[in-house]
Ligand binder design. Structure first.
Ligand code: AP5
Ligand code: MG
Length: 207
């Protein structure tokens, strides 16, 4: 969990590589559907490009098939994002005889969010998340040579709206998991390496 720009994608990629997990970013799942050009993708684009959440039922049904297709441990990035999604995830885990190991919140001061997101580029080919120096032209991915793009929902106005949605719809999920005892907060305002170290320390304790 974490607000826009908290570092969920950055840390999930590191965790996936280190622990051989399956990384499921619901934002990436939705962006892939948009890229496919399907009617569903067109409907989704109209929602996420404005910074709003797609309906819970749609998100859950898209996710269940992906979860069923893997027997690896899973990192959910950006899900659940509403209390209804958290309840649906509990029900899904029960049905699939799986369980939640830890809920990790990457906590970042909101004053950092707009700057971080303004410097982000994502690779359209390998999905790498990059931090570019403002003002420098960066078109090619240093990892695979693919084209870099800026997400349509990354304008300062949309980021501000995403933060409002985060407050209204997603912060109640924090309370939901605090009650279950599986919730841990990590300081996201540190180097990516230090954030990763803190997450690994949490995982060592709960394993
Ligand atoms: P999603 O793609 O999940 O976006 P988000 O939650 O707004 O988060 P971001 O991806 O913007 O940030 P991040 O935390 O991954 O940060 P990152 O690692 O990239 O969702 C997009 C949209 O899809 C939603 O608005 C909604 O419409 C829809 N959606 C998604 N899930 C949904 C759901 N479950 N239900 C309904 N709708 C859903 O890092 C950001 C930048 O900071 C990068 O440039 C990175 O290099 C840099 N950085 C990272 N860590 C550090 C660090 N420690 N120090 C300095 N820089 C850092
Ligand atoms: Mg992300």
């Amino acid at each position: 969990m974490g607000c826009p720009g908290a570092g969920k994608g950055t840390q999930s990629a590191k965790l996936q590589d280190t622990f051989h997990l399956k990384h499921i970013s619901t934002g990436d799942v939705l962006r892939a559907e948009i890229a496919s050009g399907s009617d569903l993708g067109k409907r989704i684009a109209g929602i996420i490009d404005k910074g709003n959440l797609v309906p819970d039922e749609l998100m859950i049904s898209m996710l269940e098939n992906i979860v069923k297709a893997t027997d690896k441990g899973i990192i959910f990035d950006g899900f659940p994002r509403t209390v209804a999604q958290a309840e649906a995830l509990d029900a899904m885990m029960k049905r699939l005889e799986r369980s939640i190991t830890a809920v990790i919140m990457i906590d970042l001061p909101e004053s950092e969010v707009v700057n971080r997101i303004a410097s982000r580029r994502q690779c359209g080919k390998c999905g790498a998340i990059l931090h570019i120096t403002p003002g420098t032209p960066a078109n090619k991915c240093p990892v695979c040579g693919g084209e870099l793009y800026t997400r349509p929902d990354d304008t300062p106005e949309r980021v501000k709206h995403r933060l409002e949605v985060y407050h209204t719809d997603t912060l109640p999920v924090k309370t939901y998991y605090q009650r279950s005892g599986s919730y841990v907060e990590i300081n996201g305002d540190q180097t990516p390496e230090k954030v990763f170290e803190d997450i690994v320390n949490v995982l060592k304790k709960v394993k």
